[in-house]
Each structure stands twice: as structure tokens, then as C-alpha cells.
Design a protein around this ligand. Structure first.
Ligand code: CS2
Length: 488
């Protein structure tokens, strides 16, 4: 079967939406670092809307910082791919044309630097995951022992990390007398813009303090909150879409109808008129905190408890009444720690979240969400727990979620099925747990990881007590019984 491409676009059934602009006339005002499914279903769609509205400055050069897989998916398709929005029996397909070029950074570092340094580039977006910022989660300092960052601290001739690329490109712009670009972190981290700015300035300062001063004065790193559930595409998804399109699309993404992008209105250069899909605001933090503690906090709890119970997908976990009650209990606890923006109606938000998690056609795998727990838990669950303990409040549901994550590290679910623990700290965590004789010792070992657990929280006896109680129960009776006992 032919692949989707500019040449075969006309063969796609007319009911499928497609770019309503001349792709050859677009310029690339955006460079994106970390092109995965999330970018394709989120920021790229927003820029596609802008292009459809007639502002042709905002095509995207999208870079993969590691794997060449995405080039094999997208380059033969001229950057075209389908976004499939699934909800119940409705499945709407739209072909997105915003990605004009795909660069695999390790193969062509100079091509990526040239795109970042191009005069027409005004915005750089990033989805490099929590671990891509190379900042110690506990101290916020540059992770100097990280081999890739160490390489970038030595030389930026051929950068290895996202901050490295930004600094090298900003240096080129500075020397060429060009303004900097606006760098927009789109990862699920609190104060993501501030973190990115810090990583960039620290790295720049090591190379050239004057460059760092220029970036600090002229650059912009807005905070953002991004939200859209984008499960990994499966081979069955690709096959089913090929039936419908009549051409094969290996770069397709599947997602839900919901999309939210809140951006701090702090750009240092041109930006498009984003339209209705994007909220520009002065204060992103309250949005980000509510989303991380409610949506992502519940997601991680569902992933570990559901995963331990041997359940493959989020909506199947939510089909258990005890799991629904757990999610509501976790939200009751988390909600009390929030200062939500006035426009955010938490009751409506919570019920919309349940409906999103229930979407049976997304087939969002618990194991996808379970990855990188050491990088996710601090902002999703641990900060919430710290805030509640400080206020003298209970942490029953939140600590069950954390205990389930600890249990997940053993690499086996309640049915004895093995799973890989996909996490940058998997090896040291496994080593620490291997020496621990019982649940209490395992909790003590985990609480000593200062890169994950802030020291004051790690020393809190109430937290250690709650985790030990839940971990013992999870180990002896399994996740479903633990969920049920939360109920009583
Ligand atoms: C999920 C997120 O995989 C995960 O950790 O919790 O990717 C989640 O689907 C998005 O943040 C939703 O906006």
C-alpha cells in the first residue's frame, strides 16, 4: 500500500480534513525539540490551525533528539500525518501539515542548529520529558554528572541535550546580531519555563557569561500548562487507519477531543494569533498545579494500582468501583492543597476528568503512564503530600498511590506477571530495594532517595508510617484489596 504523502493526499477520502493552505508557501517560524506523539497531537495541531487561518509563518521544523524512528515515520510522508480524535463511536480524522521538516539531531546536529539559528525562527517548543532538562529534581541544579550534560559543559560544537542545543543556537543568534527566540517548555513540570530558563542560563554561563547575560536580558521562557491525553499508537491503529484512508500512515496519532494549552504571555519576539484553543495568561502556575495534582496525580495512581492488578488500560481500571472511589478520595486530598485560578471550576473539572479517563476508545495503557515514575512523582504526588502534612491533613489515598509505585519497582504484578521498570533511576532503586528485608526497610530505602523525595518529607514519620502500612498490604493482599480497604 502507498504511504500517505503530498503525492497521495488526493487519494484520501474527501471526508478526511486536510491542510487548507499551500504547504509549499509556509515558512518555519517554529522549531520543536522532541517530536513524539504528544507534540503531533498538541502543539503541531495548534500551529496547523494558525496556518489554516492564513498566517503562513508558523510551519514547524521538528527534531528528534535521539531516535531516528520518527524520521522513518514522517520523512517518506513529507511530514504529513493523521490525527485521529476518538470519543465513543465518533472517530474524526484530520491530516496535519504543519511539520515541514524532521531532523534527527544525532545524525545532523548542524542542520538542527541552523534551523534554531535561522532568522525566521521565532518560537522553540520542547517536549523532552521531565528528564530532558538535566536538572536535579531535588536541588534544581544542573546534573553535572550526567554524561550528555557533561559533554555539553565541555563543548557545544555538537550538542547532546536540549539545553545544549538552545545555548549553542542562542550563541549563534547573538553573534549574528539576531534576537533570541521564545523557548516554550511543554513538559508536565511545575514552573517549566523557569526551569528551562535556569538550565539554559547555567549552561550558557559556563561557556560565556556575556552570552548568559544577553539571554537573561533579551530571551523569554514562558511557563505553560499543556493537556491532552495521547496514548501510544499501536500497529492495530495503523492498520485500521490504512483501511479507512486507502494509504498507510505510520506517523498517525490518536487522541481525545479535549485540548488545553495555557501559556504565560511573555514572548520576546513575534507570535501567532493562537485562536481559541490557547489561553494566554499572566499566571500559569495555578493551572499547572491543578492539572499536575489532579489529572497526572490520579493517572500515576491508576497506572501503578491498575498495573499491579494486571489491568492493561486506564478505562478498565476505572470500571472498578473501588478504583473510582480511590480517584475521588485522591482528588479530595489534592484539591485542598490547590489555589485554583478563578476561571477553573474544580467540580466541573473533576467530572470532566473522569469522563476523559473513561473514554474506552483511547485504550491508554497503564504501563505507558507508569514509566519514569521517579521523575513524575515529585510534582504529581509528593508535593501534594508535603502540603497536606504541613497543614495537619490526612494522606491516605495519596500515600496508597506512592506505595503502589514502590511495589511496582519489584517488577512483578499481583498475578506474577513480570514488567520492565522503565525509569532512569530503575537500577539504583532496584539495588536499594534488594537489600531491604521488609516493607518498612523498603520504605526507608526509597525515602532516602533525595533526588525523588525532598529531605523534610523523607524524614516525616507520618509519611513513612502510611507508606509502610500500604506497602505491607499491597505485598500481602494485592492492589485490589488495598483499594477496597481504602474504602472502609
Ligand atoms: C500521563 C500524561 O503518561 C503520563 O504520565 O499522565 O502523559 C497525561 O496523559 C498528559 O499529561 C495529559 O495531558
Amino acid at each position: 500500500m502507498n504511504r500517505l504523502s503530498s503525492a497521495t493526499l488526493a487519494d484520501v477520502p474527501a471526508e478526511v480534513l486536510r491542510p487548507d493552505y499551500d504547504r509549499t508557501a509556509t515558512r518555519c517560524g517554529v522549531v520543536h525539540l522532541g517530536i513524539g506523539a504528544f507534540h503531533r497531537a498538541h502543539q503541531a495541531l495548534v500551529f496547523d490551525d494558525v496556518l489554516n487561518a492564513g498566517d503562513l509563518r508558523w510551519g514547524i521544523v521538528a527534531a528528534s533528539l535521539r531516535s531516528p524512528a520518527v524520521r522513518e515515520q514522517m520523512a517518506p510522508q513529507d511530514g504529513l500525518y493523521t490525527m485521529l480524535v476518538r470519543d465513543g463511536s465518533v472517530e474524526q480524522a484530520r491530516i496535519i501539515g504543519a511539520v515541514r521538516q524532521v531532523v534527527v539531531a544525532p545524525d545532523a546536529p548542524q542542520a538542527l542548529l541552523a534551523a534554531l539559528a535561522a532568522p525566521e525562527t521565532h518560537i522553540v517548543t520542547l517536549t523532552v520529558t521531565e528528564k530532558g532538562y538535566k536538572l536535579d529534581p531535588a536541588t534544581g541544579a544542573l546534573m553535572e554528572d550526567d554524561p550528555q550534560l557533561a559533554a555539553d559543559l565541555g563543548s557545544l560544537a555538537s550538542p547532546q541535550t536540549a539545553p545544549g542545543y538552545l545555548v549553542a543556537a542562542l550563541a549563534l543568534r547573538w553573534r549574528a546580531g539576531l534576537p533570541p527566540f521564545t523557548a516554550i517548555s511543554c513538559d508536565n513540570l511545575p514552573h517549566n519555563g523557569t526551569r528551562l530558563r535556569h538550565a539554559v542560563l547555567e549552561l550558557a554561563r559556563r561557556h560565556d557569561p556575556a552570552l548568559a547575560d544577553w539571554i537573561a536580558a533579551e530571551g523569554a521562557f514562558p511557563e505553560t500548562m499543556v493537556d491532552r491525553i495521547v496514548p501510544a499508537t499501536t500497529a492495530e491503529d495503523v492498520a485500521a487507519l490504512a483501511e479507512r484512508l486507502g494509504v498507510e500512515d505510520q506517523a498517525m496519532v490518536k487522541t481525545e477531543p479535549f485540548l488545553q494549552w495555557v501559556i504565560e504571555d511573555k514572548f520576546c519576539g513575534p507570535r501567532p494569533d493562537f485562536g481559541a484553543g490557547v489561553q494566554l495568561t499572566a499566571a500559569v502556575a495555578p493551572w499547572e498545579e491543578a492539572k499536575l495534582r489532579l489529572l497526572n496525580g490520579a493517572h500515576s495512581g491508576i497506572a501503578y494500582l491498575g498495573g499491579l492488578a494486571g489491568i492493561e488500560h486506564v478505562h478498565e481500571v476505572l470500571a472498578l468501583p473501588e478504583a473510582r472511589r480511590f480517584v475521588e478520595a485522591l482528588w479530595d486530598e489534592a484539591e485542598a492543597t490547590l489555589s485554583p485560578p478563578p476561571e477553573l471550576d474544580i467540580i466541573a473539572y473533576r467530572s470532566a476528568l473522569i469522563a476523559r479517563f473513561d473514554n474506552p476508545t483511547l485504550r491508554h495503557r497503564t504501563r505507558q503512564i507508569a514509566m519514569d515514575g521517579s521523575q513524575k512523582l515529585p510534582q504529581r504526588l509528593l508535593a501534594t503530600i508535603a502540603a497536606r502534612l504541613e497543614a495537619g491533613q490526612g494522606i491516605d489515598a495519596l500515600s496508597l498511590a506512592v506505595a503502589a509505585w514502590i511495589r511496582w519497582q519489584a517488577g512483578k504484578d499481583d498475578l506474577g506477571q513480570a514488567h520492565a521498570v522503565d525509569d532512569p533511576l530503575a537500577a539504583p532503586i532496584a539495588a536499594a530495594l534488594a537489600d531491604a528485608g521488609d516493607a518498612r526497610a523498603r520504605v526507608t530505602a526509597i525515602l532516602a532517595f533525595e533526588a525523588i523525595v525532598p529531605p523534610a518529607l523523607g524524614r516525616n514519620p507520618l509519611f513513612a508510617e502510611a507508606l509502610t502500612r500500604w506497602l505491607s498490604l499491597l505485598e500481602s493482599q494485592g492492589a485490589r484489596n488495598a483499594l477496597t480497604s481504602l474504602d472502609r
